[in-house]
Design a protein around this ligand. Structure first.
Ligand SMILES: Cc1cc2nc3c(=O)[nH]c(=O)nc-3n(C[C@H](O)[C@H](O)[C@H](O)COP(=O)(O)OP(=O)(O)OC[C@H]3O[C@@H](n4cnc5c(N)ncnc54)[C@H](O)[C@@H]3O)c2cc1C
Length: 173
């Protein structure tokens, strides 16, 4: 990891090495690289000039075409006025940078919404209000944490900031 960019890899259960390359660049730069077709991997690798060849090989020696995923986020603490008969859950309610929480929160939202509806038979408005009352602070907390992880991984002090992040996480346990 370094300011604005990083290479992340993990081994899948079948032994496949799966690589994510993170680049904080303008959307039109990313679109241009995506449009360059077979040249895309070389263009991405050039952003990592001077990095260890074993790391840049994770970009250049891939066996599948890259998948481009722009990362969007709602502001931490995003909320809305109660609207009768309607609510949101999962990413639609609290889209945040990936930090290991999004799928878990989406499933938790679904379970919490189901519980709220079951606890208020025939009174959907009370159920939706109760669900949102718990969901807003829960997701705001997670979104702030996701921003912190993103900053630790790709901010100005990366990778030192990530080491500090883990140090402080483990020292408080
Ligand atoms: C690179 C990356 C890594 C991630 N890693 C993790 C992780 O390690 N752990 C974790 O917990 N989370 C992770 N996440 C986040 C996680 O993937 C999401 O938070 C989660 O998928 C949100 O679930 P959801 O059901 O709210 O939305 P989605 O999974 O986006 O599901 C929405 C569905 O609605 C469909 N849809 C959209 N529009 C319409 C329409 N008009 N009509 C019908 N269907 C429609 C879409 O096709 C999609 O299938 C990661 C995300 C990214 C991008």
């Amino acid at each position: 990891m370094a300011p604005g960019q990083g290479i992340f890899a993990h081994r899948e259960p079948d032994g496949t090495l799966h690589t994510y390359v993170a680049l904080q660049r303008p959307l039109d730069w990313i679109a241009g690289v995506e449009a360059s077709g077979p040249a895309a991997l070389g263009r991405i690798a050039r952003e990592f000039e001077g990095w260890a060849p074993a790391l840049t090989a994770l970009i250049t020696d891939g066996e599948t075409a890259p998948v481009f995923r722009p990362i969007h986020a709602l502001p931490a603490g995003h909320r809305w006025q109660r609207t009768p008969g309607v609510t949101l859950l999962g990413d639609a309610a609290h889209l945040m940078a990936p930090a290991g929480d999004g799928a878990n929160l989406a499933m938790l939202d679904g379970a919490a919404l189901g519980q709220a509806i079951a606890a208020n038979p025939g009174d959907t408005e009370t159920a939706l209000a109760a669900y949102e009352e718990d969901m807003f602070p829960r997701s705001a907390h997670a979104a702030a944490g996701a921003d912190e992880v993103l900053q630790a991984c790709l901010g100005e002090d990366a990778p030192r900031s990530l080491v500090d992040f883990f140090d402080s996480a483990f020292s408080t346990q």
